[in-house]
Design a protein around this ligand. Structure first.
Ligand code: 5GP
Length: 118
């Protein structure tokens, strides 16, 4: 499957669709999920055009991968998720329930995440 640059997160990255920026650097952008599933629900996306966690791990440069995961840790710390913990989710493909075909990590916290699979 080819990357579709009309997906909603690509539009957010281009500034075509607004978002509330919680964090931005060369490698990553973070913003609140429009439909939060927990008190804190943040989406972290890489700047590059990667479809999924699998695509990112296979095809992103070492610098992009390091930069992205360093950003995830900063976002965790800056949003008070370190002390009580959080859940990180990367839905992937049809069976994973991925709706937006641009790699993203959901950070869920501020309250217990509950059972892993419902
Ligand atoms: P997925 O199901 O692909 O893992 O998650 C996509 C997430 O993107 C969903 O939780 C959905 O609420 C969120 N989302 C979809 N469109 C927008 C948008 O325009 N802005 C923001 N902030 N979140 C969005």
């Amino acid at each position: 499957m080819a990357y579709d640059d009309q997906n909603i997160f690509a539009k957010i990255l281009r500034g075509d669709i607004p978002c509330t920026k919680l964090y931005e650097d060369e490698f990553a952008l973070a913003f609140p999920d429009i439909n939060p599933q927990r008190q804190i629900h943040i989406l972290v996306i890489p700047k590059g055009p990667y479809l999924s966690l699998e695509d990112f791990g296979a095809n992103a440069s070492t610098e992009e991968i390091t930069g992205f995961y360093r950003a995830v840790s900063k976002i965790v710390q800056e949003n008070g998720l370190s002390e009580n913990g959080f859940r990180a989710i990367a839905n992937t493909g049809d069976h994973g329930g991925q709706e937006v075909p641009h790699f993203h990590v959901h950070l869920l916290g501020g309250e217990p995440a509950g059972k892993m699979v419902s």
